[in-house]
Design a protein around this ligand. Structure first.
Ligand code: SF4
Length: 263
C-alpha cells in the first residue's frame, strides 16, 4: 500500500466469486443486471460499482470484453511508460492483476518484460487467486528475470478464495501450487473475510497451507468494494488478524478513490 504502482489488468478468470457480500449459499445478480446493458458502457470508468460479487467483474465477464482490447506488446509498454511520472521506471512497481493473471497470459509476459521500455523495472507483483500452476517455461523465465545481478523482485499476492466467495474449497484452496510460487518469489496470502464463519474458514485454509509447507505471511482483508460495507467490518477484521498473529490489509483504494474503476 502506498507504493507508486502501475496496474496491468489482464482479461479472464477461472472463477466468478458471486458469493461475496451475500448470505452463505446465495449468489449475487448485480453483475448480470449491469450486463443487460453491457454494450452501452464505452469505458471502464463509466461502469457501476457493485457491492456484492467480484468487484472487478468486467475484467473477466465476456459481456464486457469490448472494454478490454487486445493490445500488442509495444502498445502496452508505451502506454505504461506514458503513465510513469518520469516516462521510465524509477521506484514504481508493476502489479499484474486480473481477472486471473496467471492463466494463459504466462506465455506473453516474457515478451512484455523483455521490451526495452521495461528494462528499468525492479519489482513485479502478481495478484493471483493461487489456483494456476506456473508453466515450466515461465518458471524458468522468472528465474532468469530475478537472477542476482539484476536486483529484481517478484511477489505473488495470493488471494485464495474462501467459501464466502461462492467458490468450491477443493478448487480454490491449492496449497501445493502456492508453495511452488515460493520457489520463484515472495508469497503472501490475502484472505478476504467479513463474518465469524469466514474467519474460521481462514483458519482452516491457513492450516492447510502451513501443512503443505507454506512459509509466507498471512493477511486478512475486509470484504467491501464500496465504502459503506468496507467501513462496517474493517475494525473487526483488523482485530481478528491481530488476535491470530496475522497481518491486516486495508483497501486503500476504497477511502481514497471510492474504489472507482482504474484505482
Ligand atoms: S478470483 Fe478475483 S477476479 Fe476472479 S472472480 Fe474472484 S475476485 Fe474476481
Amino acid at each position: 500500500m502506498g507504493v507508486p504502482s502501475v496496474f496491468l489488468r489482464t482479461f479472464g478468470c477461472n472463477f466468478t466469486c458471486d458469493g461475496f457480500g451475500m448470505s452463505r449459499g446465495e449468489r449475487s445478480n448485480e453483475r448480470n443486471l449491469i450486463a443487460e446493458n453491457a454494450e452501452s458502457f464505452k469505458s471502464y470508468q463509466l461502469l457501476p460499482l457493485v457491492s456484492t460479487g467480484c468487484d472487478s467483474y468486467a475484467s473477466w465477464d465476456p459481456r464486457f470484453k469490448h472494454l478490454s482490447p487486445l493490445l500488442d506488446v509495444d502498445t502496452i509498454a508505451n502506454t505504461i511508460c506514458d503513465i510513469l511520472p518520469h516516462g521510465y521506471w524509477q521506484d514504481e512497481h508493476l502489479v499484474i492483476t486480473g481477472g486471473e493473471p496467471l492463466l494463459g497470459w504466462q506465455r506473453s509476459y516474457p515478451d512484455l518484460l523483455n521490451h526495452p521500455k521495461m528494462s528499468g523495472l525492479k519489482e513485479i507483483t502478481f495478484e493471483t487467486n493461487g489456483t494456476q500452476e506456473l508453466s515450466q517455461d515461465f518458471k524458468h523465465y522468472l528465474g532468469e528475470w530475478t537472477a542476482e545481478e539484476w536486483d529484481r523482485e517478484i511477489t505473488f499476492s495470493v488471494s485464495a478464495k474462501l467459501p464466502a466467495s461462492g467458490e468450491k474449497w477443493e478448487e480454490a484452496i491449492c496449497p501445493k501450487i502456492v508453495c511452488e510460487y515460493e520457489k520463484r518469489g515472495t508469497v503472501y496470502l490475502k484472505l478476504v473475510v467479513s463474518t465469524a464463519d469466514d474467519i474460521l474458514d481462514a483458519e482452516r485454509a491457513v492450516k492447510e497451507f502451513r501443512a503443505a509447507g507454506f512459509k509466507g505471511h498471512v493477511y486478512l482483508m475486509p470484504v467491501g468494494g464500496v465504502e459503506s460495507v468496507y467501513t462496517l467490518n474493517a475494525k473487526n477484521v483488523a482485530l481478528a488478524a491481530m488476535n491470530r498473529g496475522w497481518r491486516y490489509s486495508d483497501r486503500l483504494q476504497v477511502p481514497l478513490f471510492k474504489n472507482e474503476w482504474g484505482t
